[in-house]
Structure formats: structure tokens, C-alpha cells
Design a protein around this ligand. Structure first.
Ligand SMILES: Nc1ncnc2c1ncn2[C@@H]1O[C@H](COP(=O)(O)OP(=O)(O)O)[C@@H](O)[C@H]1O
Ligand SMILES: Cc1ncc(Cc2csc(CCOP(=O)(O)OP(=O)(O)O)c2C)c(N)n1
Ligand SMILES: [Mg+2]
Length: 570
């Protein structure tokens, strides 16, 4: 009867797994180790997909992108102290970007931590996590696991999505309890992210602003992409006839070659608009806080702001028509008020933007078509731009400085949530975790266009990509350095400058080292061929694209943020 008695029991390990599966969470991104190695093994044994990384930061980036793509919290599982701290960067980044994820970390026993008696990897993780995430919980008793997981899920996805920390002391995992009681203790979360309906007066106020506008502009942010309200968003843009600007990760909500896209006339649109509709986009540094010369005369614009977070209103400039609610509910309410005889914007506004767009697109075309040896960013991006147009199903991952800015402006996107990049924090190293999560969660081919420095933050995960044989093609824009490869050590000493790397590094050999395909491309044709082959084969591939080390500018488009020393050289 010993076996029967055991069958009548469950334990912490299995309650966690059952609670996640009960809530339709089937993937875990982790790095094994004490005390959670067996949790990963048992989760895999119970049919969950458990992806093991080489560093917790990338498992965390993967979990955050899984959350962004699925609207279910991505799960990152780590060991205590150092593993938890490695994951915390990704948890803070997820919270900053409003991506839903849960960082689950094993931890030391309370009675030892609280007396600071020096446990293995001792750290008061809950206290340390709290300031860097949306919510943080600890579970001490097996019967509380169900409610703990439920609270973490709801905190991650309700309202403004974000990162949640769940602290599991090692002893919890082996705790046993009656299996039937355990089953009853689990909670299936009901309506985790309820719709937030806007107040009718707020809708009327917004309509009034739009009716009175002569030069209206819509700005779509990654909150609109996250909402998965694609048809409603397209319907609102096209019914209103208002020109729109997509922020980086909102590209593809409408195809970038859409007639109402003002992307190629961004500066003119921001400067001259007299009414701006922000949809899931914050007026933060990425939009110069809604102030300064790029926004024309102060006070020259009225703002409609759609956001699920009420406190976002007036964060940077006064908002004339705050519209608090989820994107889908807000746009449906606006569409209902606009009726069938909505006046689209005057032709002189849309015409002026159209002309500027044509001029700028023509200018870019000349840069793309020139044949340069070695390649520069434009001539390398020309074939990749064509490839994404031919294969709009491919998910694009992108990071770097010049590599980020130029790819964002040159590669048009045609489908929602198909461009994943450094986001609000501009953090380097998100590329491989993002690529792995995109491949695992969608099954689609992934093209990661990486600066050589950016790749350096996450390059070891190419082994992870090979181990799971994921359809990821990494293209490194190898200009031998951070921003470029030509800086000289000003002291004349033997060390190289602080921003340059080993010249002509053969990164593609890293992928070959783990059984993937390596390619070395010095011309646009070689780059085109290597990438098309990778997308055809679906094999893990790394293409080392040689870029002129002198190409590029410091810090890409945001060099002005760099403080400059006022002192002359000593
Ligand atoms: N479903 C949703 N409905 C409305 N707003 C949302 C939704 N999901 C996220 N948001 C909001 O979207 C905004 C995203 O802004 P941000 O990350 O600055 O976008 P971007 O960088 O693309 O401009 C956040 O303020 C967040 O509260
Ligand atoms: C975690 C972190 N540490 C440092 C930095 C600062 C930085 C911003 S961009 C960048 C790399 C730029 O070089 P790269 O070769 O990738 O691109 P390119 O311009 O094409 O040469 C760094 C180091 C950031 N943002 N995040
Ligand atoms: Mg570089």
C-alpha cells in the first residue's frame, strides 16, 4: 500500500507544473541548477516545452517576448541569487516595455536568509525584485501554490502588462500534500486581462478634437501591436483617413507601404500636425517627450491619448482628450461615434505628406542601389529589404546602433508583431532570446539582424539555437566595433581603442562549431544568397556580413544623448 499512499500525494514540483498547465502555459525558458533542476526535468516529463539557455538573461528576454507575442505571461525559471539576478535584468526590461512575464526563482529558506546565516546562494530576492517589477510574491506552503501562480498570471497580464517575480524557497518544492486537496487548491484564472471600456464622455471629447483637426496624425505604439486588435486598428486608421506613424515594434500593424503611412515623412508629420492620436505609445524619450523643435511650436497641437494605464496621461505634456481603456475598446467606441459621414483630413495635409514621402523614398533608393565594396549599411540592407518583402511571414529581430536605426527605416514590415527589437530601454543583447522565443512560440522562420557588438552580448545562445534546431538566421553587420571599427587609442598606447574589436572576426565559425551553417558575405549578392538559403533550409545559420568599418555614426540616431566633456584634452 506504500505505492497507493504515494499516488494519493502530490508535491510542490507537480503543483507548480499543474498550475501552469491549467492556465494554458506550456513553455518554460530556463537555466537549470539548484534548487530547480528537477522542476525543469519534471515539467519536460509532464509534456511542457522546457528550453534551456546558457545564461538566464537570455532566457528572460525569451520569456518576455513570449509574453508579448502570446498575451500569456512568458515563464523564466532560474536558480537563486546569481541566476535570479541575471534574470532580473530581463524582468525589469519586460516591465519597462509592458511585456507580461513571470520570473520564477528558487530561493534560500526564510529562516536562514532572515537571520543572514549564510545559506547556499543566500539573498533576499523578493525584496530585491520588488522595485524592478510590477508585482512580487513568495509562496511558502504547497497549498498556496495554486493561488500564487494565479496571482502572478493576473498581475502580469491585467491592465498595463509587465514583469512579475515569484519566489519559491527550495523546501517548498518537495513539500507533499493530499493529491485531491492539491488538485482543488489549483486556480484557473478567469478573465485575466478584462477589457477596459472607455468612458463615453471621454470618447466624445476625443471625437471633438479629431473633428476640429486640419492636420491630424496617428501614432501607433507597441501597446497597439500587443493588443492583437489588428482588424479594429486597421479599420480605425482607414475609416478616419488620418496619416499614421508606426513606432518601431508597431510596424506591420498596417503594411509599411500603406498609402496612409507617414513613416517616410516622419519629421514633417510630427512638426506640422495640429492633432496627435497616441495609440498604445508613450510620449517618452523615443518621441522627444512631445516637446522641442521636432514637435513644432509649443502648444500647437492637441493630443488624444489612448492607453490602458490612466497614470500615463499628462506624463510629459497636457493631454486634451485622455482616453483610458484597452486599444480595442477605445477604437471601437471612436468608430461608433465617427458614423458613416466622417470627414477625412484635407487633401493639402495628406498631399503634402505624400510629396515629402516620395522625395525621401527616392533619396533612400539611390543609397540602396549603389554598389559599394566593402558593403555599407545601406547596400547590405538592400537585399534584406527585398527578402522581407518576398517573405512577410519571416519575423525580424534587430539590435545595434546604426544596425538598429538603419534597419528600422529601411526594412518595411507587412505583418503585425513581426519586428522585435531593443524596445523602450534600447537594451543590447535581446536578440538571441527574442529570436528563440519567436521561433518557439510561432514556429515561423526568424531573421535576426545584429550589430557585431549587440551580438556579443548574447552570442553563446547560438548553441541553444542549434540544440533545438530552430529556424533562425542570424546576420551580423560586422563593422569591427561599437558604432564603427576605426577609433584609435588617443594615448597612442598599445591597447586598441575602447570601441573596436578584433578586425574581421569570423563569427560564422561559432555557428559551425555547434553544427549550424556559417556563411561569410562581402557583397550584397553573397548576403542575399546566404539568407535566402537559410530561410529555405530552416537550418540555424549565421551570416557574417562584412561592413565598412568607417560606416556609421556614434550612437546611431541618438548621439545627442551622449554627455560631452567640456574640458580640452589634458
Ligand atoms: N491592450 C492595451 N490597450 C491600451 N494600451 C496598452 C495595451 N497594452 C499596453 N498598452 C500601453 O501601451 C503603451 C506602450 O507604450 P510604449 O512601450 O512607449 O510603445 P512604443 O515604444 O512603441 O511607443 C504603454 O503605455 C502601455 O500601458
Ligand atoms: C546592455 C547594454 N550595454 C551597453 C549599451 C550601449 C550601446 C548602445 S548600442 C551598442 C552597440 C552598438 O554597436 P553594434 O556593433 O551593435 O552596432 P553598430 O552601430 O552597427 O556598430 C552599445 C554597446 C546598451 N544599449 N545596452
Ligand atoms: Mg558594430
Amino acid at each position: 500500500e506504500g505505492q497507493d499512499a504515494l499516488h494519493a500525494l502530490t508535491d510542490g514540483f507537480h503543483l507548480i507544473i499543474d498550475a501552469l498547465k491549467l492556465n494554458d502555459i506550456n513553455n518554460i525558458y530556463n537555466v537549470p541548477g539548484i534548487p530547480i533542476t528537477d522542476l525543469g526535468r519534471l515539467a519536460q516529463a509532464e509534456g511542457m516545452r522546457v528550453i534551456s539557455f546558457r545564461h538566464e538573461q537570455h532566457a528572460g528576454y525569451a520569456a518576455s517576448i513570449a509574453g508579448y507575442l502570446t498575451k500569456k505571461p512568458g515563464i523564466c525559471l532560474t536558480v537563486s541569487a546569481p541566476g535570479f539576478l541575471n534574470g532580473l535584468t530581463a524582468l525589469a526590461n519586460a516591465t519597462t516595455n509592458c511585456f507580461p512575464m513571470i520570473l520564477i526563482s528558487g530561493s534560500s529558506e526564510r529562516e536562514i536568509v532572515d537571520l543572514q546565516q549564510g545559506d547556499y546562494e543566500e539573498m533576499d530576492q523578493l525584496a530585491i525584485a520588488r522595485p524592478h517589477c510590477k508585482a512580487a510574491y513568495r509562496v511558502l506552503h504547497a497549498e498556496d501554490i495554486g493561488i500564487g501562480i494565479a496571482r502572478a498570471i493576473r498581475a502580469a497580464v491585467s491592465g498595463r502588462p509587465g514583469g512579475v517575480y515569484l519566489d519559491l524557497p527550495a523546501k517548498l518544492l518537495a513539500q507533499t500534500m493530499d493529491a485531491e486537496e492539491g488538485r482543488r487548491s489549483l486556480v484557473k484564472v478567469i478573465d485575466a486581462a478584462p477589457r477596459q471600456i472607455p468612458e463615453p464622455k471621454a470618447v466624445e471629447r476625443a471625437i471633438d478634437v479629431l473633428r476640429g483637426a486640419k492636420r491630424p496624425l496617428i501614432i501607433l505604439g507597441k501597446g497597439a501591436a500587443y493588443a492583437q486588435a489588428d482588424a479594429t486598428i486597421r479599420n480605425f486608421v482607414e475609416t478616419s483617413g488620418i496619416p499614421y506613424l508606426p513606432m518601431s515594434m508597431a510596424k506591420g500593424l498596417l503594411p509599411d507601404d500603406h498609402p496612409q503611412s507617414a513613416g517616410a515623412a516622419r519629421s514633417l508629420a510630427l512638426k506640422e500636425a495640429d492633432a496627435v492620436v497616441l495609440i498604445g505609445a508613450r510620449l517618452n524619450w523615443l518621441l522627444s517627450h512631445g516637446k522641442g523643435k521636432s514637435w513644432g511650436q509649443p502648444g500647437s497641437k492637441k493630443f488624444v491619448h489612448i492607453d490602458i494605464e490612466p497614470r500615463e496621461m499628462d506624463s510629459n505634456v497636457p493631454i486634451d482628450a485622455p482616453l483610458v481603456g484597452d486599444v480595442e475598446s477605445c477604437l471601437e467606441a471612436l468608430l461608433a461615434q465617427m458614423g458613416s459621414n466622417w470627414q477625412t483630413p484635407p487633401a493639402d495635409w495628406t498631399g503634402k505628406l505624400g510629396e515629402r514621402k516620395e522625395t525621401n523614398i527616392a533619396k533612400m533608393a539611390t543609397k540602396l542601389n549603389k554598389n559599394s565594396a566593402p558593403m555599407d549599411f545601406h547596400t547590405a540592407l538592400a537585399p534584406l529589404r527585398r527578402i522581407i518583402k518576398d517573405r512577410p511571414d519571416v519575423i525580424l529581430v534587430n539590435e545595434g546602433a546604426n544596425t538598429l536605426d538603419l534597419t528600422r527605416g529601411i526594412i518595411d514590415m507587412y505583418a503585425p508583431r513581426h519586428r522585435l527589437d531593443v524596445g523602450t530601454w534600447g537594451v543590447m543583447g535581446v536578440g538571441m532570446g527574442s529570436a528563440i522565443a519567436a521561433a518557439v512560440e510561432t514556429g515561423k522562420p526568424v531573421l535576426a539582424i545584429e550589430g557585431d557588438s549587440a551580438f556579443g552580448f548574447c552570442g553563446m545562445e547560438v548553441e541553444t539555437i542549434c540544440r533545438y534546431n530552430l529556424p533562425v538566421c542570424v546576420v551580423i553587420f560586422n563593422n569591427n566595433g561599437i558604432y564603427r571599427g576605426t577609433d584609435i587609442n588617443p594615448s597612442g598606447g598599445s591597447d586598441v581603442a575602447t570601441t573596436v574589436f578584433v578586425p574581421d572576426s569570423r563569427y560564422e565559425m561559432m555557428m559551425e562549431a555547434f553544427g549550424g551553417v556559417g556563411a561569410y558575405a562581402t557583397t550584397p549578392d553573397e548576403l542575399d544568397q546566404a539568407v535566402r538559403q537559410a530561410l529555405e533550409s530552416g537550418k540555424p545559420t549565421l551570416v557574417n556580413a562584412v561592413i565598412d568599418p568607417a560606416a556609421g555614426t556614434e550612437s546611431g540616431n541618438i548621439g545627442s544623448l551622449n554627455p560631452q566633456s567640456a574640458l580640452t584634452k589634458k
